[in-house]
Design a protein. Sequence first.
Length: 199
Amino acid sequence: MVARSTRRRRGAFTLIEILVVVSIIGLLVAILLPSLRRARGQAKRVVCASNLRSIGIGFGSYLSDTNDRMPYASFLPSITPLPLEGDESIYIADVLLPHTGGNPKVFKCPRDETGRTRPEPNNRLSYFQTERSSYEYRTRLGGLTVAEYANSYERWTGRRNAENSFWILRDYNNFHGDGGSDGARRYLYSDGHVTDYEN
């Protein structure tokens, strides 16, 4: 009888053993969570870059149809048609959609979430929800070739930049980090390459 009860007691966990196991699991979770968050953030940056590359291919298709002239589009079409004249806003996503396989999600950065700091009427809405794109178009390019824009830029600034040094789309905001930090915004350039910073 004594031998049986001793055997049973040895097969069960004590409260201290359970607490040690729980604390070890808690410690492992605390160590792994920051790594998982970083990995998730990296994956979203990769998706964003992939989207921009796909849009860059769409730009190539558009330009082949327009003698290399960039499209006209509004800067914040949900608010105003500016810098264009008239009453109708032009969404860059609408212009390029036929050239990007017809999938509007290619214009959505996965980090473009609810814009809590955006002013009315777009408070608490993402850029994708209001502008149909998470990516800001360089509206000054409208109607120009990149070579013509490079010439204009030289007249404005007195500096000559290579044509492939002009971004054409970028994240509307610092979706991927604090402003000024590497990789806070992603940029698509006129030759199709994507970088984490403005040239």
